[in-house]
Design a protein around this ligand. Structure first.
Ligand code: ACO
Length: 429
């Protein structure tokens, strides 16, 4: 039998160690046996930002960044974006398999019938300042859900977990739309159970005096596809936050609130907001070369370009470009589209971006699509958080069932002052 191992020689001691390799990885804890003496804690792996550390085994999402591949449970993102719906994809992420028709109907019925939020949560939202950022409101509102469902703290059994998952997926669009309407001073529009997930979201966002809101099917499908594309992306910053906070066994509302908070950052879910601000700042096609020059001089980044994992093309960006065409056929074309296209054209031919493998990511075009649909820039990270909730919860479920997982607790390399005695204030320098 061939056993995969790694032989490590510690040149400090001359000792040699054989470390097993499983699934292309060594266990960092196996390094602990490599010590210079009895007082030595053992060798640590130093990896700021987890550039080369797998913190879990997962069976949910596969990414090959070099080849531009993204798969949920083995299904290519292109096929899901073409043929699936967001709710079916959420089911797939959660359960590992595509549902039967009966399974999908039951899942959709359950989600549809948990979209209402407690009236007191509305009062909670009312307490925010009129210009509060909707993503900051969402962070708080998701955490506040925890207070309405104290049963969620007891999530040891499968049924309990499932109920919280249904509630969270169902209520995210409601919280998101209510946060938006609060910022405009509009009365909240309640969920309509006759509408599907994406259509109902648009209903809660935009319904005015009409008795029945009927969004354009092309726009409903565009939202659904964007939701599919954003549903999961394995161990990114926000998913890591959900897993890390969830590892303390806190209820899933608080764990997901941590994910929303992580997603709020401009380097993660705030990127498409930053893209639009950047395109507005550039203003016209004529200004693109000067802007690219400034980026290359280190004066800011080209937002929507680059990715920690994708070093080819982000496959989601390609799909979004197609969605953009379908949306612009219904709405007016976004005037910033020409600036974005010129930026992409120049950057993709420029050595600075080519050598650093910087390509448009999922956020480069999504903002233009959302804006054309009348969705304000502040709502962009919120639109990301709604579908990503499915991914976060699938990852949370997987972590809770994984016997190898414990409370997350990284190590550090302490480089601070050595032990010293306290100096009274009157004797300090
Ligand atoms: N514009 C200009 N230069 C860039 C960009 C960019 N968008 N991204 C990376 N670089 C440069 C860096 O300056 C660095 O150059 P150097 O080697 O000369 O120092 C090199 O490319 C490598 O960059 P890192 O920061 O080391 O790459 P990292 O993997 O840490 O960052 C990230 C990835 C955060 C996405 C980065 O590319 C970035 O800031 N992009 C813009 C923000 C963005 O679009 N975020 C959305 C990500 S997708 C998502 O969250 C859904």
């Amino acid at each position: 039998m061939i056993i995969d191992t790694l032989t490590v020689v510690d040149n400090r001691t001359g000792k040699s160690y054989e470390l097993p390799i499983e699934h292309g990885a060594i266990r960092s804890t196996d390094l602990r046996q490599i010590r210079t003496g009895p007082d030595d804690f053992g060798l640590l792996a130093y990896d700021p930002a987890f550039m080369n550390t797998a913190a879990c085994k997962s069976r949910i999402t596969f990414i090959d960044g070099d080849r531009g591949i993204l798969e949920y449970r083995g299904y290519p993102i292109e096929q899901l974006a073409e043929r699936s719906t967001f709710l079916e994809t959420a089911y797939l992420l959660m359960h590992g398999e595509l549902p039967t028709q009966a399974g999908l109907d039951a899942w959709a019925w359950e989600i549809t019938h948990h979209t209402w939020i407690h009236e007191n949560l509305k009062k909670f939202l009312d307490g925010f300042h009129h210009d509060a950022h909707p993503m900051a409101m969402l962070v708080s509102a998701v955490a506040a859900l925890s207070t309405f469902y104290p049963d969620a703290r007891n999530h040891a059994d499968g049924d309990g977990r499932r109920l919280q998952i249904v509630r969270l997926i169902a209520k995210m669009p409601t919280l998101a739309a209510f946060a938006y309407r609060h910022s405009l001073g509009l009365p909240y529009a309640y969920p309509d159970n006759d509408l599907g997930y994406a259509a109902n979201f648009l209903n809660m966002m935009f319904r005015a005096t009409e008795l029945k809101y009927s969004p354009d099917p092309a726009l409903v499908r565009a939202i659904d596809v964007l939701f599919i594309l954003h549903a999961d992306h394995e161990q990114n910053c926000s998913t890591n936050a959900v897993r890390s906070v969830g590892s303390s066994q806190v209820d899933p509302y608080c764990a997901v609130a941590a994910g929303v908070a992580a997603l709020y950052g401009p380097l993660h879910g705030g990127a498409n907001e930053a893209v639009l601000r950047m395109l507005n700042e550039i203003g016209s096609v004529a200004n693109v070369p000067a802007f690219v020059k400034r980026v290359k001089a280190g004066e800011g980044r080209l937002m929507g370009f680059g990715h920690r994992v994708y070093k080819n093309y982000d496959p989601r960006a390609r799909i979004i470009k197609r969605v953009a065409d379908q949306v612009f056929a219904v709405t007016k074309p976004n005037p910033l589209l020409s600036v974005a296209l010129e930026l992409e054209r120049i950057a993709l031919a420029d050595d600075y971006f080519v050598t650093r493998k910087l390509y448009p990511n999922v956020d480069f075009y999504s903002g233009l699509v959302y804006q054309a649909m009348g969705l304000p820039v502040d709502m962009f990270p919120v639109l990301f958080a709604i579908p990503r909730t499915a991914g976060w919860l699938a990852q949370w479920l997987e972590m809770m069932a994984d016997p190898e997982q414990k409370i997350a607790r990284p190590r550090q390399l302490y480089l601070g002052a050595a032990r010293r005695d306290y100096v009274p204030i009157d004797r300090r320098g």
